[in-house]
Design a binder for this molecule. Structure first.
Ligand SMILES: [Mg+2]
Length: 392
């Protein structure tokens, strides 16, 4: 089971906790100027129609009696850290989503922590005791459903969707509520007559893919109760990298490029295994005099294929002058995000999307062959006569 926790009106609640005179009253957290927007509104302010992202002047018009407070990020970060520390005590598998949201993998915790319901209640009690704050929790066998569940009884709620209830919930779930379905996707689906996630079952995978790309296939999976994403703890999300010390120091660019290509293969395989994509690619080199040097580049659309990672690494490598021979070269990726996290704005903008997908598919096929027959059965043509093991 996967647990999703979302703090209730987090910034506003922290202020109400720190300033008892504000408790039970409308509070709006915002930036400095009148052109600012509402960051968070307390539930007392929401009654008047105040919402996040609303221009502040409009919010003040709706609720003139509200206390407007300039946000104190430092304070919120401290409280957030304290909450994440509490969560770590319940499961080693905690994935932070934002400052006030997290997933916990609670499989196998039952023997120590009790039933999911008991565990959720204990987490809520602990956070309330330590920080005086409330949160809402959703628990289900599927990551995306847990997030939806935590929103079902907000604020201060617990919602549990058992294995037997999954199909029923999917059948009735308004498609707009599925994480990743933005305005554009919603319109496409509306044209196809899709109103609930269950309706997706009637649409062919081909149609979905043609209309909305890879995310369409993910929706197809979700409609069938399949969510392959898992909880990725922070430590694992930070970076995936590989490096090799050379047998003999070299300044041979062609040789170094071939090593980078194999390292890209290796890193890409690890990214796929962890079901993450990378935002940043870095190149690390150590010269023969042990001087180290790292270059990095952040891309707009997160990447996963060896081809793209290599392309980025190569661009970084081409910038290097090599006044000395190298004794080590390494390739790293960081800024990792779950592979299915949709990048809505770029969904249709990426002209090379099909090419990239083909490569990702080919590389996945390589993974399964490697998995079955061992790592030396398939190699890139260029690495055939090249005797370096890419750091497995
Ligand atoms: Mg929240």
């Amino acid at each position: 089971m996967i647990l999703h926790l979302d703090m209730d009106a987090f910034f506003a609640s922290v202020e109400q906790q720190d300033h008892p005179e504000l408790r039970g009253k409308p509070v709006i957290i915002s930036g400095r100027s009148m052109r600012a927007v509402v960051s968070t509104a307390s539930y007392e302010a929401r009654v008047f129609g105040v919402r996040s992202a609303m221009p502040l002047f409009q919010a003040v018009k709706l609720c003139p009696q509200a206390t407007v407070i300039q946000g104190r990020m430092g304070r919120y970060k401290d409280v957030s850290q304290s909450i994440f520390n509490i969560l770590q005590d319940f499961s080693p598998q905690v994935e932070p989503v934002s400052i006030d949201e997290a997933y916990l993998d609670i499989r196998g915790c039952e023997r120590i922590m009790g039933s999911p319901l008991f565990m959720a209640q204990t987490i809520k009690d602990t956070i309330r005791q330590k920080e005086g704050l409330t949160c809402s929790i959703g628990i289900s066998p599927l990551k995306f459903l847990s997030k939806i569940a935590s929103d079902m009884n907000k604020p201060d709620g617990i919602t549990i969707i058992g294995v037997d209830e999954v199909q029923g919930v999917i059948h009735d779930l308004p498609i707009r509520k599925v994480p990743g379905v933005g305005e554009t996707t919603f319109k496409y689906l509306e044209q196809l007559g899709v109103r609930t996630l269950g309706d997706i079952k009637r649409v062919s995978a081909e149609t979905l893919k043609n209309r909305i790309g890879v995310f369409g296939l993910r929706l197809k999976d979700l409609s069938q109760g399949i969510d392959s994403t898992c909880v990725i703890p922070l430590a694992e999300r930070k970076s995936i990298s590989t490096e090799q010390t050379l047998d003999k120091d070299t300044g041979n660019r062609e040789q170094l490029k071939r090593m980078l290509l194999m390292q890209a293969d290796d890193v890409a395989r690890q990214l796929r295994q962890k079901k993450v994509k990378a935002r940043t690619v870095s190149l690390k080199i150590t010269f023969s005099n042990f001087k180290q040097h790292t270059r990095r580049h952040t891309v707009q659309t997160p990447i996963q294929s060896a081809r793209e990672i290599y392309k980025e690494a190569l661009a970084l490598f081409e910038k290097e002058h090599l006044p000395l021979f190298l004794r080590l070269i390494g390739l790293g990726t960081s800024g990792l995000i779950p592979e299915d996290q949709p990048v809505q704005a770029l969904l249709f903008a990426d002209s090379d999307k099909n090419g990239t997908e083909k490569w990702e598919k080919a590389e996945r096929a390589m993974d399964s062959i490697l998995g079955k027959y061992g790592k030396n059965t398939v190699k890139r043509a260029v690495s055939k006569d090249f005797n370096v093991d890419p750091g497995d």
